[in-house]
Design a protein around this ligand. Structure first.
Ligand SMILES: NC(=O)c1ccc[n+]([C@@H]2O[C@H](COP(=O)([O-])OP(=O)(O)OC[C@H]3O[C@@H](n4cnc5c(N)ncnc54)[C@H](O)[C@@H]3O)[C@@H](O)[C@H]2O)c1
Length: 271
């Protein structure tokens, strides 16, 4: 394994809820590679307390912030800059939530207030984090910003309901802001489209076990784990990927480009 890929780099990691979270694994890998960071999550997630243990393990602090609230983001950046001693090299947006999914509403029966909440939390917050970063001029030159997406942005997964639309918006924001921050400061912006992963957000989706198992059998490399995703995020924060921007990068063991696999075909042989 290469070492110290992130030596001297500092940034913000959102979304570490518990040890299954993609952001949790990312924090540990970023630390392992010499990066320093502040952890943040919605104030409600603090009550669970687990994130404080992660902060201790990573010698850092937790600054609560609702990623949909501009004032919270501004306060987060101001305090994080003070703690880290300067502007940021990386930002991880690892945030998703849909009240419609939580409450089992189908795509044909969306509560639109809740849908707006899904879009705000899961997609527009990515724009808000970048807009506040631009206004505060807080990203260093050649910095890297990553959001996490899912293939439901391109293909229909019926149980993913309004989160599919949120992910399509998230990926579009990565392109729009990638252009802007690229021109302004050579900062790159990408989304990583991750395999189904057993986390709180993942397993909350109806039918999760079925599409987790299906994807496992479809992907030539199998499903990508949260740890593997964290490794990929580290490379995206490192100087090895400086010219990659405005991309949606599939991190899915080959799932997105597989039409059918032998394992799936076998299951339909005798029908
Ligand atoms: N798990 C999967 O199958 C999967 C697959 C592809 C992409 N993703 C994406 O990965 C990202 C991380 O999710 P995860 O799977 O690690 O699950 P997770 O539940 O561990 O993380 C989601 C996080 O979003 C945070 N959050 C919710 N509302 C917030 C708000 N208003 N402000 C700040 N934070 C808020 C939660 O507290 C939580 O920490 C999400 O964008 C998710 O959609 C997950």
């Amino acid at each position: 394994m290469p070492e110290n890929l992130l030596k001297g780099k500092v940034g913000i990691i959102t979304g570490a809820l518990d040890e299954n979270s993609i952001a949790w694994k990312t924090a540990l890998k970023v630390k392992e590679q010499g990066g320093k960071f502040v952890l943040t999550n919605a104030p409600i997630a603090m009550r669970m307390g687990a994130i404080k243990e992660l902060a201790e393990e990573c010698n850092t602090i937790v600054i609560p912030a609702d990623a949909t609230v501009l004032d919270d983001i501004e306060k987060l950046y101001t305090e994080a800059k003070e703690f880290l001693g300067g502007d940021f090299d990386f930002l991880l947006h690892s945030i998703g939530m849909s009240p419609n999914i939580r409450k089992g509403r189908s795509y044909g029966d969306l509560n639109y207030d809740w849908a707006m909440k899904s879009y705000d939390v899961s997609a527009i917050s990515f724009h808000k984090m970048m807009q506040v970063a631009e206004k505060m001029d807080i990203m260093k030159k050649w910095g890297s910003i990553v959001g996490l997406s899912y293939i439901a942005a391109q293909q229909v997964y019926p149980f993913y309901t309004d989160m599919a639309d949120a992910k399509a918006l998230l990926e579009s924001i990565a392109r729009g802001y990638g252009y802007r921050l690229g021109k302004l400061k050579n900062v790159r912006v990408n989304t990583i489209s991750q395999s189904p992963t057993k986390t709180t957000a993942g397993t909350g989706i109806g039918g999760f076990d079925s599409f987790f198992n299906f994807a496992e059998k479809m992907s030539p490399l199998g499903n990508a784990s949260a740890e593997a995703c964290a490794d990929y995020i580290v490379t995206m924060f490192s100087d090895l990927t400086r010219m990659v921007t405005m991309q949606n990068l599939f991190h899915d063991g080959g799932y997105s480009h597989t039409g059918i696999s032998e394992e799936i075909m076998d299951q339909f042989k005798d029908l």
